[in-house]
Design a protein around this ligand. Structure first.
Ligand code: LAN
Length: 728
C-alpha cells in the first residue's frame, strides 16, 4: 500500500515489497555504540544531516570527489585514504556492516516475538527487504549469505519473514516453502533451529536434544565441565539450558498455528516430534554428531530425564545457571558476548524477572546495537561492531605505508589512537573465578570495552598501535607504561601450555576430543579453544616490538613464550607448505600471519626451506591476472579451492605474506599490486568482492574494511622494498 503509516512514507516496489526512504537512515556512534535511526520528520532530517559514512553504508552515492588517477602505489594509497578517512566516525573509530551469518536475525526476532516486544515498522520493512534480497535462487537461505540453502537458513528466515509480516501467499515465500519441503521440512533442522522453533511453539520440545543445565553442576575437575568449553559455546549453552529446562514456549496464536502447517512435510498433528531429535538434512550436517554424543543423548532422554532428574536437582541447576547468566549480563551491561547468547539471555530475564524488569528492558536496549542497515535492508551483525579491530589495522597500515608523521594523515591517526585509548579494558571482572572469566585488565576486545571480552590478537593489534605511535613515532603518550605493562601481562596469561600456541579468548581449557560432544551440527571446531597461527602471530610479533622499547620487563618469560610459540607456528605448517587460516578465507590469510611470525625471528626465503615451501605454495596459486582468489569452500573443506575470480583482499594477503618472507622475485608481486591498483575506483575506494572472513570452518562473515587497509599495507610494504615506480 502506498501511504503514510506512523509517519513513514511507504512506496510500493515491484508489487510486493515496501521500500523506505533510505536517505532517512542515520548511524549514531556514541563512543563506539552503534545504533541506526530512521528519521520520521522533516525537522529531524534537517537537524541531522546524512554523513558520507551513512550514505556509504546504505549504498547511496557518497558524492565524494573523483581523484587524480593513481599511477604509483603511493598515489593509490593516498586516494584510498582520501576516501576511507571520510568514513572515520567522530569517536575516532571505523564502523562496518558485519554481516554474512544468516542465523543471527532469527535469534533476535524470535526473542522479540516470544516476549511480545513490538517491532518498529521500519525494522520490519528493512529486515524483510534484506532477507528477500539474500534469498537464494532456489528459494532458500543458507547458513551464511554465500552458502547453499539449508534447513537452518530456510526454516528460520522463513519464520522470521512471517513474524515480520510477509504473507504465506507471497510468491517468494511459496518458493521458500518448496525448497524447505524438498529438504525434508523443519524437522530436519539442526539443534539450534529446533530450539528456536520450540520456543515459538512451532515444534514441540521433544524434538530438541536435551540441554540440561545440571551439566553446570559438574565439579570443575571433570574433563567435560562446561567452563572448559570455548567461551561462545558455553555462553550459548548457558541460557539455552535455562530456557530448555523451563520448556518456555509462547502462547499459541494464529501465526504459530499457521507456521505449524507451513514448515513441515506432513500435518503437524501427525508428527512424532521425539522421533526427529536426530533428523538432520545433509545440507545442514557439516559436523555429524558422534556415536558417543548420540549415546549420551539417548541416556539423557530415556533414563536421566524421566527417572533420575529430581526436582531438587533441577532447582539447584537452574539457580546456578541463572546466577551465571546474571554475571554475563552484569559484566557486559546486558550486551553479552555475541548476538547468539544475547537474545537467549533476554528470554531468561523475561522468564525469571518479567517484562517490566530492568534486566529485560536493558537487554532490549542492547539488542539494538547488533542491528545494521545496508543497501539491501536491515541485518544483524556478528558482534556489536568491529571497532577496535578495524581501527587497529587501519592505523598499522598507515604506519606501514610510512604515513605516521605525514601532516595530512596524522590527525586521523591521533583520533584513532584516542579511540583505542578509550577502549582498553581497565578493570578486572568482579568474581572472575566464580564466573570462569579470563583475566582482562589491560586487554582490548574485538569491538568495544563495554562488551569487554579479552581477545589475544585484538589486544596484540591494539597494543602494537600504541607502541608504534607512542614509542616508535613520537606521538604524545595517551597510554602510560603501566597500562602497556597490563596489556603484556594479560597476553602472558594466554599461551596454551602444551603447544605454545595462542587461542582466541582464553587458553585452551579442555581436550580437543570434546569435539565429540559438538551437538550444533552446522559448525566445526566449536567445543574448545584451539591454537591459531593468526592469534599466535599477533602475540609473538607484538611482544617483540614491546621488547624493543622495554627490554627489561619480564624479559626471560617473554623470551620463553616467544620461542615455544614459534615452535607451534612451525609445527602447524601443513605438508604442502600452507597454514590453515581460521578467521579469514583461508590459506592466503593463514600464510600472511605465519610468515610474519617466522620473519620476526629472521626466518625468510633465503635461509629457510620451510618459508621457501610456503612461498612456492602461494606462487603456485597466483592467477593469470596477477591476483589470488580463494573460495570460502576452502575453509569448509580445509584444502585450497580457487575462486572463479581473483580477489583484492586475498591478493593483498598473499603479497604481504610473500614480502614478509622476503620472496626474492619482484615480478609476481608487482603484477599483483598492479592488479589491485587497477581495480581501485576513481574516488579511491575498492568495491566489495567476495566475503572475506570465516568462523568455525563453515560460517562466513564480511570484513568490508579489509578492502581499504590491506591494500594500503601491501602497497606500503611494496614501496619500502622496491620503491614507488609507476605501475599503471
Ligand atoms: C570473531 C570475530 C573476530 C575474531 C578474530 C579477532 C578475527 C580472531 O582472530 C579471533 C576470534 C574472533 C574474536 C571471533 C570469534 C568468533 C566470533 C565472535 C567472530 C567470528 C565473530 C562472530 C563469531 C561468533 C562465534 C558468532 C556466533 C556464533 C556462534 C557459533 C556462537
Amino acid at each position: 500500500a502506498n501511504g503514510h503509516v506512523n509517519g513513514h512514507t511507504l512506496t510500493p516496489t515491484s508489487g510486493v515489497g515496501e521500500k523506505l526512504d533510505r536517505s532517512r537512515w542515520r548511524l549514531l556512534d556514541e563512543s563506539g555504540r552503534h545504533t541506526w535511526h530512521y528519521l520520521k520528520t522533516e525537522k529531524e532530517v534537517a537537524e541531522w544531516p546524512q554523513s558520507a559514512a551513512d550514505k556509504y553504508y546504505l549504498g547511496l552515492p557518497t558524492d565524494l570527489p573523483d581523484l587524480r588517477s593513481a599511477s604509483k602505489p603511493s598515489e593509490s594509497i593516498d586516494n584510498c585514504l582520501s576516501f576511507y578517512s571520510q568514513l572515520q566516525l567522530p569517536p575516532g573509530n571505523w564502523a562496518c556492516e558485519y554481516g554474512g551469518p544468516l542465523f543471527l536475525m532469527p535469534g533476535i526476532v524470535c526473542s522479540w516475538y516470544a516476549t511480545g516486544t513490538p517491532i518498529p515498522l521500519e525494522y520490519k520493512i528493512e529486515m524483510k527487504n534484506y532477507l528477500f534480497a539474500r534469498q537464494n535462487k532456489d528459494g532458500g537461505w543458507g547458513l551464511h549469505v554465500e552458502g547453499h540453502s539449508s534447513v537452518f537458513g530456510t526454516a528460520m528466515n522463513y519464520t522470521v519473514l512471517r513474524i515480520l509480516g510477509a504473507s504465506e501467499e507471497d510468491p517468494r515465500m511459496i518458493k521458500a516453502r518448496g525448497k524447505l519441503h524438498a529438504m525434508g521440512g523443519a524437522t530436519n533442522g539442526p539443534h539450534w533451529a529446533k530450539f528456536w522453533l520450540s520456543v515459538l511453539g512451532v515444534t514441540r520440545w521433544e524434538i530438541v536434544n536435551p540441554v540440561p543445565p545440571e551439566l553446570w553442576l559438574l565439579p570443575d575437575w571433570v574433563p567435560i565441565a562446561p567452563w572448559r568449553w570455548w567461551v561462545h559455546m558455553r555462553q550459548v549453552f548457558l541460557p539455552m539450558s535455562y530456557v530448555w529446562s523451563k520448556r518456555f514456549t509462547v502462547p499459541e496464536n494464529a501465526l504459530i498455528r499457521s507456521l505449524r502447517q507451513e514448515l513441515f512435510v506432513q500435518p503437524y498433528e501427525s508428527i512424532d516430534f521425539g522421533a526427529h531429535r536426530n533428523s538432520i538434512a545433509p545440507e545442514d550436517n557439516y559436523h555429524p554428531k558422534s556415536w558417543l554424543l548420540n549415546l549420551i543423548m539417548f541416556l539423557l532422554v530415556w533414563i536421566w530425564i524421566p527417572l533420575l532428574r529430581t526436582k531438587s536437582i533441577v532447582e539447584k541447576a537452574e539457580a546456578w545457571v541463572w546466577r551465571l547468566v546474571q554475571y554475563e549480563d552484569h559484566n557486559t551491561d546486558y550486551a553479552d558476548l555475541a548476538p547468539v547468547n544475547a537474545p537467549m539471555n533476554t528470554i531468561c530475564c523475561f522468564i525469571k524477572e518479567g517484562p517490566d524488569s530492568y534486566s529485560f528492558k536493558r537487554h532490549l536496549y542492547r539488542l539494538e546495537e547488533y542491528l545494521w542497515v545496508n543497501k539491501e535492508g536491515m541485518l544483524v551483525n556478528g558482534t556489536n561492531g568491529v571497532q577496535v579491530w578495524d581501527t587497529s589495522f587501519t592505523i598499522q597500515a598507515c604506519v606501514e605505508a610510512g604515513l605516521a608523521n605525514s601532516s595530512k594523515w596524522k590527525p586521523m591517526l591521533i583520533k584513532g589512537l584516542e579511540y583505542l585509548e578509550s577502549e582498553q579494558i581497565r578493570e578486572e571482572i568482579p568474581d572472575r573465578d566464580v564466573c570462569y572469566r579470563q583475566s582482562r585488565k589491560g586487554a582490548w576486545p574485538f569491538s568495544t570495552k563495554l562488551q569487554g571480552y579479552t581477545v589475544s590478537d585484538c589486544t596484540s593489534e591494539a597494543l602494537r598501535v600504541v607502541l608504534l605511535l607512542q614509542n616508535g613515532h613520537g606521538y604524545k603518550p595517551l597510554i602510560d607504561d603501566s597500562r602497556i605493562h597490563d596489556a603484556v601481562d594479560v597476553l602472558l596469561t594466554m599461551q596454551n601450555e602444551h603447544t605454545g600456541g595462542f587461542a582466541s579468548y582464553e587458553p585452551q581449557r579442555g581436550s580437543e576430543y570434546m569435539e565429540l560432544l559438538n551437538a550444533a551440527e552446522v559448525f566445526g571446531r566449536i567445543m574448545v579453544e584451539y591454537d591459531y597461527p593468526e592469534c599466535t602471530t599477533a602475540v609473538v610479533t607484538v611482544l617483540s616490538l614491546f621488547q624493543k622499547f622495554y627490554p627489561d620487563y619480564r624479559a626471560s618469560e617473554i623470551k620463553a613464550v616467544k620461542e615455544s610459540a614459534l615452535q607451534y607456528i612451525r609445527r602447524a605448517q601443513r605438508d604442502d607448505g600452507s597454514w590453515y587460516g581460521s578467521w579469514g578465507i583461508c590459506f592466503t590469510y593463514g600464510a600472511m600471519f605465519a610468515l610474519e611470525s617466522l620473519s620476526s625471528v629472521g626466518e625468510v626465503y633465503s635461509n629457510s626451506p620451510r618459508v621457501k615451501k610456503a612461498c612456492e605454495f602461494l606462487i603456485s596459486h597466483q592467477m593469470s591476472d596477477g591476483g589470488w582468489g580463494e573460495s570460502y569452500r576452502a575453509s569448509e573443506l580445509k584444502k585450497w579451492v580457487d575462486h572463479e575470480k581473483s580477489q583484492v583482499v586475498q591478493t593483498c594477503w598473499a603479497v604481504i605474506a610473500l614480502m614478509y618472507a622476503e620472496y626474492p622475485d619482484q615480478e609476481p608481486i608487482r603484477r599483483a599490486i598492479k592488479m589491485v591498483m587497477a581495480r581501485q575506483q576513481k574516488n579511491g575506494e575498492w568495491l566489495q568482492e567476495a566475503i572475506e572472513g570465516v568462523f568455525n570452518c563453515s560460517c562466513m562473515i564480511t570484513y568490508p574494511n579489509y578492502k581499504f587497509y590491506f591494500p594500503v599495507k601491501a602497497m606500503g610494504m611494496y614501496i619500502a622494498r622496491w620503491g614507488d615506480d609507476k605501475l599503471l
